[in-house]
Write a protein that binds this ligand. Structure first.
Ligand SMILES: [Zn+2]
Length: 433
């Protein structure tokens, strides 16, 4: 049904299996292209985030239950992508692969998508990462926005000082939000200040200032021509955008009439009215109580959910019992921007690579390094210490941290060539015990 496979038990597994197979077919083609055309793991990561992940989390609210079976199935599918992106040994743990490639755990992405859906539908259950409840800014459903009833909102860039003149502004300082408008009428100046909830955006504040100005003018000067000035181009553009569904914007749009003219003024160029509104809005942020309550803007919720996901991901990564502690010592915090996509780099950060310690650990070969210098014989033995490779080591010192090596092109090349040499000369370097 609509691309979602519903099963008798409603456990969502058949759906995951099918989308998983679909994704792996695409991934195989991409990895072939990776080898043939030199597509980098970095590009693969972008393709995954933009398309493959979208396929996997498609309609998640319909099938995601968060069960262990679903989680492990999803992670095993994601693992194939992580291996392809990083070029890591198959023994590397999923957690270490996620952190090294900067790709979030797929089950958390599903949970986030589901939470987002529930918030949009204002369902009660938004227990994503124990986030509690969100009251989102109200939006009108699509069918109520009829394009035919739509006339373009006009505004100009010429400040005017005729008739009733109003300057509006919104401000966010130290996490507190204020909106204000100043009225200039026959020499009399008035200030109106409103403090908004701290979660509000400057955009919301700018819109509220205009909304309150319109209300005030309609109440006190219904017969006058009213000139409203704002320095917020984004609100003016939003008023012209028929697809925008923000509550404040819709209110302003439907309450505009031919007595109200909108003007855009450039901020901070000394226009007296604008400066006065700016000061008033800043003062409004410090008012002791909130005057106007608005929901949280969609974008804010989106980024908050993203933060929650990252926190949860970090919590998993910090679990002392979890796998990937070697990598954790190098990358203590998770990050979406990190991407290790070279097969030697990933060996250096995971310690899963060709070295006697690895071969012994996975019962592949009971051997040690011919040099006999230390009995650990891990990947770092070859990067930092093994005298058999001493002639290749020019810049890397035992004190150079792996992170410095990875971020320095010349050091990185040296490290890669050291590990490549081990790969090509396994016979000469390792000896059976
Ligand atoms: Zn050695």
């Amino acid at each position: 049904m609509l691309g979602v496979i519903l099963d008798d038990q409603l456990n969502g597994l058949p759906h995951i299996n099918q989308t998983g197979e679909k994704m792996i077919r695409i991934l195989n083609r991409l990895t072939i292209a990776k080898h043939k055309r030199g597509l980098s793991g970095k590009v693969l990561k972008v393709l995954y985030k933009r398309t493959l992940e979208r396929i996997l989390v498609y309609a998640a609210p319909a099938w995601w239950t968060g069960s262990n079976a679903q989680t492990s199935k999803l992670l095993s599918i994601q693992r194939k992508v992580l291996l392809a992106v990083t070029g890591a040994f198959r023994t590397t743990s999923t957690l270490a692969l996620q952190t090294s490639s900067g790709i979030e755990p797929l089950d958390l992405v599903c949970a986030q998508e589901t939470a987002w859906y529930h918030i949009k539908k204002s369902c009660v259950d938004t227990s994503f990462c124990s986030s509690g409840r969100f009251q989102m800014e109200r939006t009108l459903p699509v069918f109520l926005r009829v394009p035919s009833s739509w006339t373009l909102v006009q505004w100009d860039r010429i400040p005017t000082f005729q008739d009733l003149v109003i300057f509006t502004d919104g401000s966010k300082i130290n996490g507190q939000v204020g909106a204000a408008f100043c009225t200039f009428n026959k020499g009399a100046v008035q200030e109106h200040q409103y403090r908004l909830d701290d979660h509000c955006s400057v955009f919301q504040a700018e819109a509220v200032a205009i909304k309150e100005a319109i209300k005030w003018a309609a109440r006190h000067f219904p017969q006058s021509n009213c000139n409203i000035h704002t320095d917020s181009l984004s609100v003016l553009m939003a008023l012209q955008n028929p697809l925008l569904k923000n509550d404040q914007i819709l209110w302003i749009r439907s309450n505009l009439n031919d007595k109200i003219a909108l003007h855009w003024v450039k901020a901070h160029i000394g226009i007296e009215g604008n400066e006065a509104a700016d000061r008033a809005a800043k003062n409004a942020t410090t008012k002791p109580a909130i005057d106007i309550h608005l929901g949280i803007p969609q974008n804010t919720i989106r980024s908050h959910l993203k933060e929650l996901l990252q926190k949860e991901w970090q919590k998993r990564w910090d679990d002392r019992e979890a796998k990937g502690r070697f990598t954790h010592a190098i990358f203590p915090s998770v990050s979406r921007t990190r991407c290790i996509f070279n097969k030697y780099d990933i060996q250096a950060v995971s310690n899963h690579g060709l070295c006697p310690q690895f071969l012994r650990r996975f019962n592949l070969r009971n051997c040690s390094c011919r040099c006999g210098e230390d009995n650990l014989d891990d990947i770092h033995h070859y990067i930092y210490r093994c005298p058999l490779l001493g002639h290749l080591r020019e810049r890397i010192k035992p004190s150079t941290p792996i992170l410095s090596i990875l971020s320095h092109p010349a050091l990185r090349e040296e490290m890669r060539s050291l590990l490549k040499t081990v790969f090509g000369n396994e016979r000469d370097i390792f000896q059976d015990n």
